[in-house]
Structures are given as C-alpha cells and as structure tokens.
Design a binder for this molecule. Structure first.
Ligand SMILES: NC(=O)c1ccc[n+]([C@@H]2O[C@H](COP(=O)([O-])OP(=O)(O)OC[C@H]3O[C@@H](n4cnc5c(N)ncnc54)[C@H](O)[C@@H]3O)[C@@H](O)[C@H]2O)c1
Length: 453
C-alpha cells in the first residue's frame, strides 16, 4: 500500500520504518527541518533499539522516504497516519494543536480519497473532530470526495518499540466503516498472523481504551509505591511482597515494582488528560487523582532521603547519578524522575556527576548552566561517574548498571553509600561489602521515606 506517516517521532518513525519493512511504500512527513535532514542521511534522531537499521534499510530499498512537502507526501496515498505529539495544556487537558494542524493540512492538500488513521493519543471524540476538519477543508476546495477517520491507538513501549510494533499484543481499530476495517486488517496482517489480536470497536471506545490502558498501568505502579511506604513502616520488604502478589495470575508480575516514580511522555500526561476529561463531565476521578499525587510524592523520595543522609544540607556534596532517561532503552527524558532529583540536588548546592548510555545529549541541552559552571558533569562511564562520590543514586535501571563491580566502586567512592531508586540490588550483599544501602520500601537496610506532605 501507499502510506503517509505524519510525524517522525517515537511512534511515527517506528510506524513508518516497520510498515516499509513489510513492503509498503511509506512517505514520512516531518516538519522539524533538522530532524528531517538527519533522517534523509540515514541517521536516526532518536535512540530506539533496532530502529536505525530499519530506517537505513527502508531508505536503501527506496520504500521509505522523508519529506516536509504535503503534496509529495499525499500524491499517491491510500492511508495517512497521524502520529504527532499531544502534550498537556497547563490545565492538564490534551493539547490537540498538532493533530488539528495536520487535519487542516490534509484538508488543504489531499487530492484523492484515502483513509485517515489517528495513532496519536487523543481524547474521546477527536476522530470525529478530525474528520469534520479534513472534510470541511476538502469541501472548501470543491473536492468531489470525503475521507473517513479511524482511530488506531499505539501501544508500543519506548525501549522495545520496534519489537512491540512488529509483534503487537493487540491492534485496536476504531471505526464504524467496513472498508476502513478491511483496509487496516490487510495492512496489519503481516504483524498479527493470529487474527484474534485485531480488535475492532467504535472510534470513541478505541480512543478511550488507550487512556484506560495507560491509567491502569500508572495505577499499578502508584499502588505498589503506596504499599512500599507502608512496608517500610511495618518492617516488611516490598520486594518479598511483590513476589508474593505477582505470582497470582489475577494480579500479574508486570508493573508492580516499587521505585522512584513513573515518568515518560505518556503516563503522566495521559493520566492528567483523563482527569481533565472526567472533571469536564462533572465526574470525580478520585483514584486517578490519588495515582497522580502518589507519583509526584514518589519522585521526591530520593532527594528527601539524600538530604536526611547528609544532615539536612547537600551543599558541596558529591553525588553520582546512574540513569537519566525515564526508563532503560530510551533517550527520552520527558517527565523523567531523574530530572526532579537533579533539579533539587542542583538547587541544594550539590555537585552531580550523571551517567546514562543514551540520554546525555538531551540532558546537556536541558542543563547548559549547570554544565558550564561545572556543578553538573555528564558521562557514559559508570565507574568514572562514581569517583570521589559521597553517595551513588540509581534512578534508571539500565542493564549496564545491573551487576557492577561493587568492590571496585567502593574503592572509587569517598563513602560507600547507595540509594537504589529501583530496588535492583541485594541489600544484604551490599551491606556485607560495607555499603550503607537505601532502597524503596526495604526497611532492613534503610529506606527512602517521605517526611513531609
Ligand atoms: N512515545 C511513546 O512511547 C508513545 C506510545 C504510544 C502512543 N504515543 C502517542 O503518540 C503520539 C506521538 O508521540 P511521540 O512520542 O511519537 O511524539 P514525538 O514528540 O516524539 O514526535 C512527534 C513528531 O511529530 C512532528 N510533528 C508535529 N507536528 C507536525 C506537523 N504538523 N507536521 C509534521 N510533523 C509534525 C514533531 O516534529 C515530532 O517529530 C502522542 O500522542 C503520544 O501520546 C506515544
């Protein structure tokens, strides 16, 4: 098929590259000129395992191309995917300006009937709104056709986006049109040999399903984080409780890890947007509000514990920070817990050396002053990072940090103190090695605790 994917971000670029890999001709339209230039040279502007190779293959085969010109992107299009960002407005609602700008451009440039498919995460009713906008643009130009708009929310995870797209657990197709259903079923057939993974529903249900999924996962995380705080009070290790409940298939073992909070480009903004939608309808989203509040508190936990450890003042302390990206496998720093910690430590006068395998470029752009003054140093060597440190804090559990040589690290640090924001280390092993260990909800060793509301 002839496809156009609008937006070359985490979702759009993966979508474009994967569809091209299956033999479709894909034109990816991107309006950020520097991103476009890199893509045309075969450089991948984001870190996502396996993506760079797919982009290069697509360019090489001629099946994948990049443009900023609508006429070129839409010249032969059968299906146009919208994959642009939907960040938060200040009031928490989803900012649809990019989606609506795309709808406007489609109305002005489409020359032939096609199926428009929205992959961006958008509030219920947006597919209808986009259809109205595209079709009113077409009418204004005297076009002899209209288009229908389907919702096809994306469930890929950053860090395993290509794998998730290639082997999806489910594909949701939100449309009332048989032709649209058949078209998308055909397009996705190579990815889902098991047809039962394709779920067809109304566009509104599809749009809501995406928010429901993210809000549910965020709820699992905040729920366990709440229990972790209580565990610490009760002299119980949350890690044992996690295993105890995760073995129950009704609960499941995913997303029940206690830690220093969730971040990223989706959970925080999607929970905010769902709360806003509920409030708009006079409905009280009490669970969602609690999820959000718990997460905000959780993100302050490590700093509070560090401050307590340093007797209330961090001025002049040297802290090594492992992991900046909001989770392993990505360079994405959006709403990362590391940033909350970093901001607080820098404001408190600490000197920080941070290490991350993929997110250094973004971090350098976010902290130019702290870098220039030397208060913040960035690097990709975990051992260089801990030299002379008074404490080491693990925020993102990259594989590189999972089994380090703690004997060597003890020799490099000024004091062997470890704050484990993801509970990935063994407290007893570390204390045998002479470390002072702090985990989340792990009382035997020392734990991070919220002291003020
Ligand atoms: N990132 C994820 O893991 C993920 C997963 C599932 C769903 N989503 C949803 O998918 C959507 C996109 O997310 P993302 O993380 O890929 O965003 P992103 O910010 O990484 O990428 C969006 C891209 O669209 C481009 N763009 C914006 N307006 C444009 C326009 N008018 N014309 C051409 N290009 C334009 C931007 O320059 C950018 O490159 C969001 O709604 C998000 O909630 C994201």
């Amino acid at each position: 098929m002839e496809l156009c994917v609008i937006g070359a971000g985490y979702v759009g670029l993966v979508t474009a590259a994967c569809f091209a890999q299956m033999g479709n001709r894909v034109v990816c339209l991107e309006h950020d000129r520097s991103r476009l230039a890199r893509l045309r040279q075969g450089q991948c502007p984001i870190y996502e395992p396996g993506l760079a190779a797919l982009v290069q293959e697509g360019l090489h085969s001629g099946l994948l191309s990049f443009t900023e010109h609508w006429d070129h992107a839409l010249a032969r299009v059968d299906v146009a995917f919208i994959a642009v960002g939907t960040p938060s407005h200040e009031d928490g609602s989803a900012d649809l300006q990019h989606v609506l700008a795309v709808a406007d451009s489609l109305g002005r440039h489409l020359l032939r009937p096609c199926l428009v498919v929205n992959k961006s995460t958008v509030p219920v009713g947006t597919a209808e709104r986009v259809a109205r906008q595209v079709n009113s643009g077409l009418r204004a130009r005297g076009a002899s056709f209209t288009v229908s708009v389907a919702s096809n929310p994306e469930f890929l995870k950053e860090g395993s986006a290509v794998e998730d797209f290639m082997r999806p657990q489910r594909i949701i197709i939100g449309t009332d049109s048989d032709a649209a259903t058949q078209c998308l079923q055909r397009l996705y057939a190579p990815f889902v040999r098991n047809r039962e993974r394709v779920l067809v529903m109304s566009p509104r249900a599809a749009e809501f399903s995406k928010y429901a999924a993210n809000a549910f996962l965020a709820t699992k995380i905040s729920f366990v984080n709440e229990l972790a705080g209580l565990c610490a009070e009760l002299d119980v290790d949350i890690e044992q409780v996690r295993r105890g409940i995760g073995s129950d298939r009704r609960i499941g073992s995913d997303f029940i890890y206690a830690g220093c909070g969730y971040g990223g480009s989706c959970f925080p903004k999607d929970v905010r947007a769902l709360i806003h939608t509920a409030e708009q309808h006079g409905y009280q989203p009490s669970i969602l509000r609690a999820v959000q509040a718990r997460n905000a508190q959780q993100k302050t936990l490590l700093f509070q514990a560090l401050q307590e450890h340093f007797g209330g003042s961090m001025r002049g302390c040297n802290v090594a920070l492992w992991g900046l990206a909001f989770k392993p496998g990505t360079d994405d720093l959006r709403e990362a817990p590391s940033l909350v910690l970093l901001d607080a430590m820098l404001a408190a006068g600490a000197r920080v050396r941070a290490c991350d395998p993929a997110a250094l470029e973004g971090a350098a752009a976010a902290y130019p002053q702290a870098l220039a003054s030397g208060q913040l140093q960035l690097g990709d060597d975990p051992y260089a990072c801990v030299e002379g440190a008074d404490a080491l804090v693990l925020v993102t559990e990259w594989k590189q940090f999972r089994q380090p040589d703690f004997r060597r690290i003890r020799g490099l640090m000024r004091k062997p103190v470890l704050f484990d924001g993801r509970n990935i280390y063994d407290p007893s092993e570390l204390s045998t090695l002479g470390y002072l260990y702090h985990g989340i909800g792990r009382p035997q060793a020392g734990h991070c605790k919220v002291t003020a509301a």
